[in-house]
Design a protein around this ligand. Structure first.
Ligand SMILES: *[C@@H]1O[C@H](CO)[C@@H](O)[C@H](O)[C@H]1NC(C)=O
Ligand SMILES: *[C@@H]1O[C@H](CO)[C@@H](O)[C@H](O)[C@H]1NC(C)=O
Length: 184
């Protein structure tokens, strides 16, 4: 058995490892389409894409584009496609933006005609309290009927349940690491 000091260090490192894995998730804006001027034939708008995902503090969004830019702006500039006064601007083609707070974030293309065509997105980052309580648990002992009722069927919830599944998986993996450290 390892000494208490070493054990503590291992547990601490494992917890850190678990926290890093569980707490950040990278979303690719628009999936394979990336960040580009809408063609009018796209299967979904950027805001429909955003509505299918649940964003948490620490998560990142990745914008992939060519001959374009990403501006973080205030809501009024989002509405008017006003590119003159962005909070931040990036035009290197690979922009990673990390959410450092909950609430709304507004992004538009730096080309006003692209923005007006729909290359703009609002992302709402959940408050930590929403993350902790995703909703009522399915009734124990049942046939999983809770999962079939209406409020469990929104795409938003499906996205969450996947994320939570990933989180629990990572936590279990991290737990195994702790056990390995303790007994080897
Ligand atoms: C970007 O601009 C370059 C030079 O103007 C052009 O060759 C290229 O095809 C453009 N790429 C896209 C995706 O529009
Ligand atoms: C854009 O915003 C700037 C200041 O942020 C303002 O002076 C300008 O009038 C705005 N332009 C339009 C078209 O709304």
């Amino acid at each position: 058995m390892a000494s208490p000091a070493i054990t503590f260090k291992m547990v601490f490192l494992s917890a850190l490892f678990a926290a890093v894995l569980v707490n950040s998730y990278r979303f690719e804006v628009g999936d394979e389409r990336g960040w580009s001027k809408p063609t009018g034939k796209d299967p979904q708008s950027y805001n429909q894409w955003a509505a299918k995902n649940r964003f948490r503090i620490g998560d990142t969004v990745y914008f992939k584009y060519q001959n374009d830019s990403v501006l973080e702006v205030i809501s009024a500039d989002y509405l008017n496609c006003n590119t003159s006064n962005p909070i931040s601007k990036s035009e290197d083609g690979d922009t990673v933006f990390q959410f450092d707070r909950s609430g709304f974030f507004y992004f538009i293309s730096g080309q006003p005609d692209h923005c007006k065509a729909g290359q703009k997105i609002i992302i709402r980052v959940m408050h930590p309290s929403e993350v902790e309580s995703p909703g009522p648990a399915p009734s124990p002992g049942g046939d999983g009927g809770g999962w079939d009722s209406d409020n469990w069927e929104s795409p938003r919830f499906n996205a969450t349940s996947k994320l939570f599944a990933v989180s629990y998986f990572m936590t279990v993996v991290a737990g195994l690491f702790v056990v390995l450290y303790l007994f080897m």
